[in-house]
Design a protein around this ligand. Structure first.
Ligand SMILES: C[S@@+](CC[C@H](N)C(=O)[O-])C[C@H]1O[C@@H](n2cnc3c(N)ncnc32)[C@H](O)[C@@H]1O
Ligand SMILES: [Zn+2]
Length: 374
């Protein structure tokens, strides 16, 4: 395999040469490496330190970069697996070059996780993680980390695929980055509760073309029941901007209070918190001293996540301005105006034009009119 050097975090390692003329260069190589996922790997390293991960399985290693970084930068026992023999050879080569004591296994993730348990399991597949979540939960002692790059099924662009993979009905709304993340979390919860295990989200985010969830699994039927109580739906009006959140395994039939249309349920999805505030605080206080080349970008992400309102939908700020027939005033002024009325309001981590608030539309309209001077 023709290889070149790459660098991330504290390690220098080999990755396959790619064809720069390929529409997606990482896809042209025999073993996958996407430099654009560096930030997601930075999060893996930083979060592992913050929550005290003590044993880590990178179940889908490819070049091994994720697991090798955890081994090198967190100094804990690491196992890296991949079912592709070319990936396994490259992981072994990289581990040898770096002199890291990692266990490297040529194994299918579902088989491995059906026979062994690891404190922390990381699932980072091509596309949907859905076929791996059941075994990942069975083989997971405490922490489960999952990437999903199948944004089209999760965001409602490929609705039938979303139903098949996640048994959920997604809708391609302007807040699909939020509902996609929560449909994925809802799926993880449903896979966990059947084993009497509850799910506590630690740090979950939506970025570019992927979702990344980090959760703690807790043993016990009561914890599982508590997690299930957070399963619900967004009810979206098909004709106007009204939307609301509801809890329960089934969506109640409901009508739009503004225009009377039947509301369309999006879900089932996780309606609970997606961040642990103590963890986002610790991430925020350690990120700038991490030495990552993307530490400033990561700091911004973590800080937005920490301040973000715990709500399963947002309004797009331009969309609101259009529907209120105003020009869009500065978003900070709108947020302040809503807060002055006694309602919580925040931005969202995945979009610069997202506005989260529990305020009714009348308050939002007044805030837009007031700040744009109409
Ligand atoms: C997206 S890449 C992993 C990227 C890597 N974790 C990183 O951060 O660069 C997905 C990898 O999963 C491997 N894979 C796919 N299906 C698998 C399975 N069922 N069991 C184990 N590995 C699998 C592929 O061979 C590929 O190397
Ligand atoms: Zn309506």
């Amino acid at each position: 395999m023709d290889c070149v050097w790459a660098e991330e975090g504290k390690i220098r390692f080999l990755v396959p040469a790619t064809d720069p003329h390929h529409p997606f260069p990482p896809g042209s190589a025999p073993v996958f490496y996407n430099p654009r996922m560096e930030l997601s790997r930075d999060v893996t390293v930083l979060l592992s330190r913050v929550i005290g991960v003590s044993g880590y399985l990178d179940a889908m290693g490819a070049t091994g970069v994720r697991g090798l970084r955890v081994s090198s930068e967190c100094n804990i026992p690491v196992t890296i697996a991949d079912r592709d023999h070319r990936a396994v050879a490259l992981i072994r080569r990289n581990a040898g070059i770096l002199g890291l004591p990692v266990e490297v296994l040529p194994s299918d993730a579902n088989l491995l996780l059906s026979g062994r348990t690891f404190e922390t399991v990381d699932i980072d597949p091509f596309g949907s993680p859905a076929p791996f979540i059941d075994s990942a939960i069975r083989g997971c002692g405490k922490f489960l980390f999952v990437t999903a790059t199948d944004t089209a099924p999760l965001c409602g662009a490929h609705r039938n695929a979303g139903r098949r993979r996640y048994f959920a009905s997604a809708l391609n709304t302007e807040y699909h980055a939020e509902t996609g993340l929560r449909i994925l979390l809802g799926f993880v919860v449903r896979e966990a509760v059947k084993y009497d295990r509850g799910v506590e989200p630690l740090f979950c985010f939506s970025r570019d073309h992927y979702f990344r969830v980090h959760v703690r699994l807790v043993k016990g039927a009561r914890d599982a029941d508590r997690s299930l109580e957070r399963i619900g739906y967004i009810l979206q009006c098909p004709a106007c901007i009204f939307r609301t959140e509801t809890h329960g395994l089934l969506p109640p039939p409901a009508e739009c209070p503004y225009c009377g249309k039947h509301l369309v349920p999006v879900g089932p999805l996780w309606t609970g918190t997606i961040q642990d505030p103590e963890i986002t605080r610790s991430l925020e206080s350690t990120v700038l001293s991490s030495g990552f080349s993307l530490s400033a970008t990561l700091q911004k992400l973590v800080s937005l996540c920490r301040q973000e309102l715990d709500l399963s939908f947002h309004y797009d700020y331009h969309h609101l301005a259009r529907s209120f027939h105003t020009s869009p005033p500065p978003i900070t002024q709108v947020l302040e105006s809503i807060r002055r009325e006694g309602y919580a309001a925040s931005r969202a981590h995945y979009s610069g034009t997202a506005l989260k608030t529990s305020a009714p539309l009348s308050i939002l309209r007044a805030a837009f009119r007031e700040t744009s001077g109409k």
